[in-house]
Write a protein that binds this ligand. Structure first.
Ligand SMILES: C[S@@+](CC[C@H](N)C(=O)[O-])C[C@H]1O[C@@H](n2cnc3c(N)ncnc32)[C@H](O)[C@@H]1O
Length: 243
């Protein structure tokens, strides 16, 4: 993957458009996500660990909203060789680059990268499903149904790894976490202008839920266990296990 520097919001833009996963973003996405999401590398490591533990021979493993395939690769490298790994993304720019990244990887498990809205993805015989910062971009009205379809498509004992930016219920704490996240981005070299313009662009596009909402939705979907296993500021990851 390329580590070309993200400068998408570095110049004053005449108007702020809603954020899109277009070619300009796809070209710098690896750099963008590393500099924007605290704990991203830890999550990739945990996706590897959890795939090793929970992926079952002869099943399918899904990475919904796979972008360039960083999580897909962690899954593919850590599952039995007769698993089929399915990466799904609705952005053509991401899918093109993801397929190239998969071709450079020589793990044994078969991989398919689908250009598709994940709302249309058929999930069957799955032992591992990953949504690494994707559900937050799905319309809020579609999220419960999406979680239900994932739970239905999982085999008993199968898992969902759900990582999301969240809104904290205490507004003062939420504000503190947002400010600390901005400090994190400054530490990673983003300017105040870049931070402000990206934030405006993501408004109404990335719509966070609370931890309680996520938990309730996963239990309603039929998961027997829901554990928050990683948190840094307002970024969290849950491990949900189907009974
Ligand atoms: C923050 S990125 C995910 C990062 C990636 N999972 C990783 O681990 O590096 C969100 C991705 O979800 C994709 N996406 C958003 N809504 C989608 C949808 N309805 N169906 C499929 N992909 C979607 C975007 O195109 C984008 O590539």
């Amino acid at each position: 993957m390329s580590n070309k520097k993200d400068t998408v919001f570095s110049r004053q833009l005449p108007a702020i458009q809603g954020f899109e996963f277009n070619a300009q973003v796809a070209d710098v996405f690896e750099n963008m996500i590393h500099r924007s999401v605290p704990g991203y590398d830890l999550l990739l490591n945990m996706i590897a660990v959890l795939s090793q533990k929970y992926a079952l021979p002869g099943t399918r493993c899904y990475d919904l909203g796979c972008s360039l395939g960083a999580s897909t690769l962690q899954i593919r490298r850590n599952v039995p060789s007769d698993c089929v790994v399915v990466g799904v993304d609705s952005s053509a720019a991401m899918v093109t680059r993801c397929r190239q990244n998969m071709m450079r990887d020589h793990s044994q498990a078969n991989v398919e990268i689908l250009e598709q809205d994940l709302l249309q993805t058929e999930i069957t015989n799955a032992s591992v499903v990953v949504m690494n910062f994707t559900l937050q971009f799905v319309a809020d009205t579609e999220r419960q149904q999406t979680l239900c379809r994932i739970a239905e498509g999982l085999v008993p004992g199968g898992i969902l790894i759900l990582a999301e930016k969240v809104k904290l219920e205490d507004t003062a704490v939420n504000q503190r976490m947002i400010e600390l996240h901005q400090d994190f981005k400054k530490l990673k070299g983003y300017s105040d202008l870049e931070i402000a313009q990206k934030r405006a662009s993501l408004e109404d596009v990335l719509v966070p839920n609370t931890i309680t909402e996520h938990r309730q939705r996963m239990f309603s979907a039929g998961f027997g266990t829901v554990e928050l296993f990683v948190r840094c500021l307002n970024f969290v990851a849950f491990l949900a296990i189907k009974s």
